[in-house]
Design a protein around this ligand. Structure first.
Ligand code: F6R
Length: 610
């Protein structure tokens, strides 16, 4: 989704802004623009399409301003076009604004401003913001005139926003504010930075300020002041981020996705961290749960979107089997509107790599209102979801740049499995099974390394099927959750139509779609179910399907077109291994088709609007 960058310092702003935009490209966008404070005026340069169109614009290198804002737009109101691209100016060209999010009452505000003589040149909701600021600015005076005008305008806005504003009359100030939309402030020595997320400005600083909803920050070159929604001064400390700048670079890999697939052994090691010691109880310092509290819980909800929801499905299996607590998994956009049965005896777990997914945040707020305790699982320290939840625990996957999630998914599976172990330890349930699982988790990273070595075999099969129109994924039990993830990954980056089904469900309808030459991928890691799944695969072979089987069992390889044998592992964590060939499968198909693996069409890394 939209990305914002800001810079105020002593260097020329435009190259720094463009560099930041390039690093935000992975979020998904359709146009880009920058605005700087020049001698007596505000410059605005923008265009439809890629950031490279922007830096090829005539005159962009002549911009001298040392303060500026920049934006990549992912269209919501109005088609992708130069006019609709941000930044937007007010009619008097005093204010320049970039905005992420959606202003829900923009029609009403547009009418109000039109009635007061303002004209609009774009179809965006954003263009009302600079004009509304100008409307209030005219009637303000004194030192806080700029800030007061921004604050008054924000009081009128309904919806979600992260806003950066610069003003021709204040060449040494930039104002930012956020509500339900991500924004971080990077602190330098004599310069300060703004970004939608940390990786974009990681090469400049590792010290960040986080803004809460409706807090304002006024940036100068060597200072940042903070104000609450009533403009009372507030104090904030910086947080230092452990990620290093190279974790946001490709490091010799062709694509971020491939790099991130190969980072999984490290991501899993880091996520296990010191939580686990095979000889003692699993520790989550952040959660001080007691046996008494867990005994009162009669239901757990795991709520998330997309791939994160698929990690939740694996978590449900572990929590129900190890802790005997009924667990439901729900899609956040459904959960939030279906009046879920949530009360103080419910524990709600929200999974979000970015921590900024609008539906997941809304679902969390709803659960809190209904009295549930909430735990956020995120990969981004200080992200919105972690600030809303009662408790936050982190995957330590490092920045995930490719739109298609890989290392974040496996780290989420790891963390929620550890959470299930933590609960089981407290409740003294299934001690033998839990202790075995602890030992097997300690050995998992080297099994991931072994699985990654299968990459060439996967590549060969991908070359054979990359021109297919439909591909099916089948599995039973925990393998069905992985089939869903494999299918989603393939759709996302190869644009091949794909479906996943519980293997036993095939006969109840979908088998009608199986015809000569169609590709079916079977995942079989559960020794109790492998024979059953083989029977289902046999049914599709009879109808002419080409088959790829991913298994850790001894199966008759002659039955299938390709069998990928992955290391045998404890069933609770088998998804972390069985998903890897599927990640590689979609990656190589996408490459074979010549597509942009890291930035698939229509998709955004961080879905900050519902
Ligand atoms: C798929 C993918 C998405 C995300 C989903 C939730 O590869 O990445 O399906 O999993 O948009 O995002 P987060 O985890 O940031 O809430």
């Amino acid at each position: 989704m939209c990305g914002i960058v800001g810079y105020i310092g002593n260097q020329k702003a435009s190259p720094i802004l463009i560099n930041g935009l390039i690093r935000l490209e992975y979020r998904g966008y359709d146009s880009a623009g920058i605005s700087t404070v020049e001698k007596d005026s505000l410059s605005v340069m923008k265009d439809k399409g890629r950031v490279k169109n922007l830096y090829q614009l005539k005159g962009i290198n002549d911009l001298e301003g040392t303060i500026g804002i920049a934006h990549t737009r992912w269209a919501t109101h109005g088609k992708p076009s130069k006019e609709n691209a941000h930044p937007h100016l007010d009619n008097s060209k005093t204010f320049s604004v970039v905005h992420n999010g959606i202003i829900e009452n923009y029609n009403e505000l547009k009418k109000f401003l039109t009635d007061h003589g303002y004209t609009f040149y774009s179809q965006t909701d954003t263009e009302i913001i600079p004009n509304l600021i100008h409307y209030y600015y005219k009637n303000e005076s004194g030192d806080l005139r700029f800030l007061q005008a921004v604050k008054n305008a924000c009081s009128d806005l309904k919806g979600s926003f992260a806003i950066e504003v610069i003003c021709k009359d204040y060449p040494d100030n930039m104002i930012v504010v956020r509500k339900d939309s991500p924004l971080v402030i990077g602190k330098g020595e004599t310069e300060n930075y703004i970004s939608s997320d940390i990786p974009a400005i990681l090469s400049f600083t590792r010290n960040f300020y986080l803004l809460n909803d409706l807090e304002f920050a006024v940036l100068t070159r060597d200072n940042v002041s903070f104000y609450d929604k009533d403009l009372n001064i507030i104090k904030k400390n910086t947080q230092t981020i452990e990620w290093n700048a190279s974790s946001a670079e490709k490091d010799g890999y062709e694509d971020f996705m491939l790099k991130e697939i190969y980072e999984q052994p490290t991501a899993i090691r880091e996520t296990i961290g010191s939580k686990l010691n095979e000889f003692s109880k699993c520790e989550f310092e952040e959660l001080k749960f007691t046996k008494e509290y867990l005994a009162t819980i009669n239901k757990i909800y795991i709520v998330a979107c997309g791939t994160a929801m698929h990690a939740g499905l694996v978590g449900k299996n572990a929590i129900e089997k190890l802790c005997q607590i009924p667990t439901e998994v729900d899609i956040a956009s459904e959960f939030r509107y279906r009046h879920p049965l949530v009360d103080d005896k419910t524990l709600c777990i929200f999974i979000s790599q970015s921590g900024e997914t609008a539906d997941t945040i809304a679902a969390l707020k709803l659960s809190k209102e209904n009295g549930a305790k909430t735990i956020a699982i995120s990969n981004v320290i200080g992200s919105s979801i972690t600030r809303e939840a009662d408790y936050s625990i982190y995957t330590h996957a490092g920045p995930e740049i490719a739109v298609a999630s890989t290392k974040a998914y496996t780290s989420q599976v790891m963390l929620i499995t550890l959470l299930a172990i933590y609960f089981a330890d407290i409740l003294d349930r299934n001690t033998t099974t839990v202790n075995q699982l602890k030992t097997d988790i300690m050995n998992l990273p080297k099994k991931i390394d072994e699985t990654l070595k299968l990459s060439e075999v996967v590549k060969d099969f991908s070359k054979k099927v990359y021109q297919e129109k439909d591909i099916f994924f089948l599995g039973r039990g925990i393998d069905e959750a992985v089939a869903r993830e494999g299918s989603l990954k393939l759709k996302e980056i190869s644009y091949i139509h794909s479906e996943s089904y519980p293997a036993g469900e095939l006969k109840h309808g979908p088998i009608a779609l199986i015809e000569n030459g169609i590709t079916v991928v079977g995942i079989m890691t559960d020794k109790n179910l492998v024979e059953k799944t083989i029977s289902n695969i046999q049914e599709v072979i009879t109808r002419g399907a080409k088959t790829l089987v991913i298994t850790n069992q001894n199966v008759d390889k002659n039955m299938f077109n390709m069998t990928i044998k992955i290391p045998e592992v404890n069933p609770f964590i088998s998804p972390i291994l069985s998903v890897i060939p599927l990640q590689l499968f979609s990656y190589y198909i996408s490459k074979e088709k010549g597509l942009d693996v890291d930035k698939p069409r229509n998709l955004a890394k961080s879905v900050t609007v519902e």
